[in-house]
Design a protein around this ligand. Structure first.
Ligand SMILES: [Zn+2]
Ligand SMILES: [Zn+2]
Length: 176
């Protein structure tokens, strides 16, 4: 099992594949990959090729290798791009990091997520996919579990990679 503070792509991939059969009731092949330079701007050209964007705000944990401190955040931005084309569904994901408040090293540590947080994020993503790729009704609450608000320190924009790129401002999930 991955430590909860460690960025674990395989956890996302495995959970994605586990949920896929139940959540996307179509024959198309879907897979998820990671792109650490992804942004939320979909050009008209990309839109034409079917790309859509989904921003999600998740709970995560960070760990600073320098001072060995870890901290939770109720506002970790994960960005998805997805499209369905010729029977092939593609999801690209980018997690946004945070810098350590004590060390302020000028780079962003990757977030770690609990299995539950991963599931919540992917369930929302799948509901977007059903709606935007298959034209299903917006059953956005199907299968999703309401997340408990956890108390974390006030969000510090200067330490948040997504804030730096201006995509963390949305209060709740949005399609950017
Ligand atoms: Zn530190
Ligand atoms: Zn932010």
């Amino acid at each position: 099992m991955a430590r909860p503070t460690e960025w674990t792509p395989s956890l996302w991939q495995d959970t994605f594949n586990e949920l896929l059969d139940d959540e996307v009731d179509y024959d198309d092949d879907w897979n998820i990959n990671f792109n650490y330079t992804l942004n939320n701007k979909v050009s008209p050209e990309e839109r034409k090729r079917g790309w859509k964007v989904f921003c999600h705000c998740a709970r995560g944990k960070f760990y600073c290798r320098t001072c060995r401190r870890s901290w939770p955040s109720g506002r970790v931005t994960v960005l998805f791009r997805y499209r369905l084309r010729n029977g092939r569904g593609t999801v690209l994901m980018r997690p946004f990091g945070q810098d350590c408040r004590r060390c302020q090293e000028g780079f962003f540590d990757f977030p770690g997520f609990s299995e539950r947080a991963v599931e919540e994020a992917l369930l929302k993503l799948f509901s977007k996919i059903r709606k935007n790729c298959y034209g299903e009704d917006d059953g956005s609450d199907r299968g999703s579990t309401a997340s408990d608000k956890v108390w974390t320190k006030p969000h510090e924009k200067a330490l948040c990679e997504a804030c730096q790129q201006g995509i963390c401002d949305q209060d709740d999930d949005s399609e950017c």
